[in-house]
Design a protein around this ligand. Structure first.
Ligand SMILES: [Mn+2]
Length: 330
């Protein structure tokens, strides 16, 4: 029996179903939710897509508008404890997912993590570059072709999460993208990718270029005046394009918290472990070997110098280890 049928069985029993993205959703979480919602319709299950936070990027808003994706802030619904929630592109209990009144009955995710025992359906594939790849596998298992809108959304989800097949990508992501490419609106996907920033974002670039610190292959910057989460991610990808840089940490004040975006070009500097280590005792972090995020929940706990030094110590240690290995190999 295809795995997806198990999810259908779980959801058929529910009175009302919500598909919840991670907070401040990105292209992959919205695309995956949309793909799942449309597939559930095939089984006569109606589900509403909800999120917490805001839609921060114009590129994402454009994808939502052009593809007619219906998603609403969770406050638009009166969610009660009997309502069922499917969490997409995040883990149950993660700080990145608002805890709502409904019961979590399913988790579909591609981040590293364990399956919670109290959730009837879990599909966690941490070797995949995008959650959209998992959703497409359901269509493939059922031998159903996604609509042009769903294919376009999933194509965008995979392209954004894997940074156009250059980050945390698996062969399955590539094969999925090849199949989607035949059906999707590639002109729209390309325009979403190419137009990812606005003129209003340029002052943040200026601040970054004026304040970034470099230490050998490590780059670090703290945005004292704040920078939103999605732009911070775009900026860390931008800094990683520097040939000399292997490891980037950008952080910013954001509401009451301090948020972090980490990127790594080399497995010797694993982004997810290094952020966990650096924020230990102050906050939490996680993600993938080449991209990770984190936060300090109370900005009063944030001491910029101490955090910088924690990252720097780890980078120095790991760099010296790397040098020793390469010396030994010569
Ligand atoms: Mn994702």
């Amino acid at each position: 029996m295809p795995k997806f049928k198990k999810l259908v069985k779980v959801l058929k029993k529910q009175k009302r179903v919500f598909i919840q993205t991670h907070n401040y959703p990105d292209h992959d979480s919205v695309a995956s939710s949309f793909g799942l919602q449309q597939l559930l319709k095939h089984f006569k299950i109606e589900a509403s897509i909800i999120y917490h936070g805001e839609i921060l990027r114009d590129s994402l808003q454009k994808m939502i508008d052009k593809l007619g994706i219906e998603l609403k802030h969770h406050s638009c619904f009166e969610i009660d404890p009997d309502d069922a929630t499917v969490i997409i592109d995040a883990a149950k209990g993660s700080r990145n997912v608002a805890e709502l009144k409904g019961k979590v009955v399913a988790v579909i995710d591609h981040h590293q993590g364990d399956s919670p025992e109290d959730v009837p359906y879990c599909d966690i594939r941490s070797d995949y570059g995008a959650c959209a790849t998992i959703i497409f596998s359901y269509y493939a298992d059922l031998k159903l072709e996604p609509s042009k809108e769903v294919a376009t959304a999933l194509h965008a989800g995979i392209s954004f999460d894997t940074h156009q097949l250059t980050r945390n990508v698996s062969l399955v992501d590539v094969e999925t993208l090849t199949m989607l490419y035949r059906v999707s609106d590639t002109v729209l996907v390309n325009s979403l990718i190419k137009n990812s920033i606005k003129i209003d974002d340029l002052p943040q670039y200026k601040y970054l270029l004026e304040n970034i610190k470099f230490h050998h292959n490590f780059a670090y910057c703290y945005f004292d005046n704040g920078c939103n989460k999605n732009l911070l991610a775009i900026l860390s990808d931008y800094i990683l394009t520097l040939d000399e840089i292997d490891f980037v940490v950008l952080s910013s004040k954001y509401l009451d918290e301090v948020i972090f975006s980490v990127r790594s070009k080399t497995p010797e500097l694993p982004a997810h472990f290094m952020i966990q280590e650096a924020l230990n005792g102050f906050g939490s972090g996680g993600g993938h070997i080449d991209m990770a995020g984190g936060r300090i929940f109370n900005k009063a706990d944030f001491n910029e110098e101490e955090i910088y030094n924690r990252f720097l110590t780890q980078v120095r240690l790991k760099n010296s280890f790397k040098i020793k290995i390469s010396d030994a190999m010569q």
